[in-house]
Design a protein around this ligand. Sequence first.
Ligand code: 2HA
Ligand code: ZN
Length: 270
Amino acid sequence: MKDILTAPFMTEMIRTAALMYDHGWDERNSGNISLLLDETQVGEYLDTGRVLRTFPTGFTAPGLEGRCFLVTGTGKYFKNIRYRPETDLGVVRLTRGGAAAELLWGFSDGGTVTSEFATHILSHAARLSADPDSRVILHAHPPNLLAMTFVHSLDEREFTRTLWQMCTECIMVFPDGVGVLPWMLCGTNEIGKATAARLRAARLVVWAQHGVYGAGRDLDEAFGLVETAEKGAEIYLKIAHLPRLAAITDAQLRQIEKHYGLTVREGWLD
Ligand code: 2HA
Ligand code: ZN
């Protein structure tokens, strides 16, 4: 059996959590990441027949029965994951139609999965229905996106258009746009269902006055999505109060769409 701490999925997870912390996106115990694993790959590092603990999840996700996830733990600090992955991360397998999870590795201090586990798993199910290669859901509190939700309309089309207009890269990285949820209580199945519903159409969902969810085929893609939207929000906050002497027009956004063969969210360009 190979050492799981050397598995590419583990080293990438640790590196991403560290970068998210270093970017100022994940203060204290905020943020969470889940990565859908390939079961045969997991078998190279773990005896998948050996279940350490089983716990109820409080939701169902029948389509993900038997699937394994590497996930951050509740109450754990992203700041520390790089130093003690075996307590702050866990490998879990969904069972009983997703109503329970089996711990296969990690959470060695008796801990458990992120408080946003429902949102993560419902979001994986939603993204997989849109893209069978989707693997990652991540959540963070990036300050500029968060600040933007206090001073900008929360209309999804308007919010997305503003970000697209803030730097050329935005429409190229998220032509599918950004979903936006009004403030809702976090850690509940309700916010999980609302997030998952938006993730069917877009890989980014902003939680007003809280943070953002990003989805991707790998950690780099999900991280890069949030990074690019956060950059757009940063530019917006730098210029929102200043006179505008230049802009990226819809005609220019259409030029980008055509040149790069993008599938831009229907009806979101004028
Ligand atoms: O994991 O960020 O939304 C802590 C949070 C809750
Ligand atoms: Zn949060």
